[in-house]
Write a new protein. Structure first.
Lengths: 161, 288
């Protein structure tokens, strides 16, 4: 067995310490060791985006990141979007605009949209479609996801964080 | 899918990384963004015993102008290329090319140096670098050397890098002001490799072509420089007849591998069409 590594990072603002083999993928650490099952396992080949989490200000597919690559990182999963029992503006907008049906892609969509709006608070429809193109949804046809992100962007602009 | 077991190393300096590669040799692989290597390891197409992560070496990142060149650290990510104001101004072909690579999440991690040194003919930077006449800085146990993109790509997953060498930086000559550019890429879906793609730099003198550079992606075992098409176009007007002949000459050097993206004939035809479109798009952006 390969040498195990102790890795410490912030997960949704709280300290997390794990001991992992180098080959352990971040998605498995999050789901199986840290019991954060928001990020989903979809394709496992970095195509579908269901496992998307926010890692040091980047949206990444956690099926294609090794946990040993993450010491000192700040990681946000969908569990970290809601604050004090209040849904994030994006979560509320996905609810109101019916931005999901089966919900499997939703945690990845939300974390990706979160980073998009951090980088571009007022994206056009074309920009939204381009910048969420790494997240596949097989239910909605994307229309209501785009509407939800637009709606959240408006609300977030009205109430500065 | 979980990779085979390996030891992980995260050096914080280039000499340390080179020393580690010297110690483990054939058993080791450098890890850049990990979006080609990790999927290959998960599918067990690659089973290195040691991974040497280049992600903690600060010298390998960044985009700067040095004289009449742009220098890009090999670990600079695709999204960093896309968002670079300097590249948008001085080498917009790279911005257009990077924007057509894979998808947003992959572009946060995927690096320009990884894309080049992997030697995959489906990758986009090799043809972009051929079109730009870029050079690559390679560092290894014997020191540093600088090699041209033209001649660097030897075959499928094969480059002129020696064992133990690291690609540390890419040097791109800044095209003359007024040079038009385009990267036209046909792909089946977001995240796919090109069925065929063409990179073009084009300088016009009045209505005629002063100089042109054309390189093709994924229609051979390496990126291809369409030299005959370039030579034909020099001094000519771009019209349906000359565009058609340039596309024909570009198609004549294609030897694509058939796969789910199409058979050889279709891919070759698409390389011709991408060449034609890239020439027209570059012309629309070139100073007349």
């Amino acid at each position: 067995m390969a040498t195990k590594h102790m890795v410490s990072f912030k997960l949704n603002g709280k300290d997390a310490d794990v001991v992992v083999e180098p080959r352990e993928l971040l998605i498995h650490t999050l789901r199986e060791k840290l019991l954060h099952t928001g990020p989903h396992i979809g394709c496992e080949t970095s195509h579908c985006g269901a496992c998307t989490v926010d890692l040091d200000g980047m949206s990444v597919k956690s099926c294609t990141v090794l946990t040993v690559q993450c010491p000192g990182a700040r990681i946000t999963t969908v569990e970290g979007l809601e604050q004090g029992g209040v849904l994030h503006a994006l979560q509320q907008a996905f609810h109101e605009e019916h931005g999901l049906q089966c919900g499997y892609c939703t945690p990845g969509m939300l974390t990706r949209a979160y980073r998009l709006l951090q980088e571009n608070p007022n994206p056009t429809e074309a920009e939204i479609r381009y910048w969420i193109s790494g997240n596949l949804c097989r239910c909605t046809g994307y229309q209501n996801i785009v509407k939800a992100i637009q709606s959240a962007a408006k609300k977030m602009a009205a109430v500065p964080a | 899918m979980i990779p085979h077991s390996f030891e992980y190393h995260a050096p914080t300096s280039l000499p340390d990384a080179i020393a580690l590669m010297g110690r483990y040799g054939d058993e080791a692989k450098f890890l850049a963004g990990g979006h080609s290597l990790l999927p290959m390891m998960k599918l067990r197409f690659a089973q290195p015993g040691h991974l040497i992560d280049l992600g903690r070496i600060p010298d390998l990142k960044g985009i700067s102008q040095v004289g009449d060149e742009i220098h890009i650290g090999a670990m600079t990510t695709e999204n960093e290329l896309i968002w670079s104001k300097l590249l948008a101004e001085k080498a917009p072909l790279l911005v257009e090319g990077a924007g057509l690579i894979s998808d947003p999440q992959v572009r946060y991690k995927g690096t320009v140096g990884g894309d080049i040194s992997h030697g995959d003919p489906g990758n986009d930077h090799p043809a972009l670098m051929l079109a730009l006449d870029a050079s690559f800085v390679l560092k290894g146990p014997k020191g540093e050397r600088v090699v041209k993109a033209d001649g660097f790509f030897l075959g499928l997953y094969s480059t002129s890098m020696e064992p133990g060498e690291i690609l540390t930086a890419i040097r791109v000559p800044i095209p003359a002001p007024g040079t038009g550019w385009a990267y036209e890429k046909l792909k089946r879906k977001i995240g796919d490799f090109a069925t065929a793609a063409a990179a073009v730099l084009l300088a016009m003198k009045g209505a005629t072509v002063e100089s042109v550079s054309i390189a093709l992606t994924n229609v051979g075992e390496t990126p291809l420089k369409a030299s005959a098409a370039e030579a034909f176009l020099r001094g000519k007007k771009l019209d349906e007849a000359t565009l058609g002949e340039a596309a024909r000459l570009a198609m004549s050097i294609c030897d694509p591998a058939p796969d789910q993206r199409g058979d050889a004939e279709y891919k070759t035809a698409m390389a011709g069409e991408m060449t034609r479109r890239a020439l027209l798009s570059a012309q629309s952006r070139a100073a007349q």
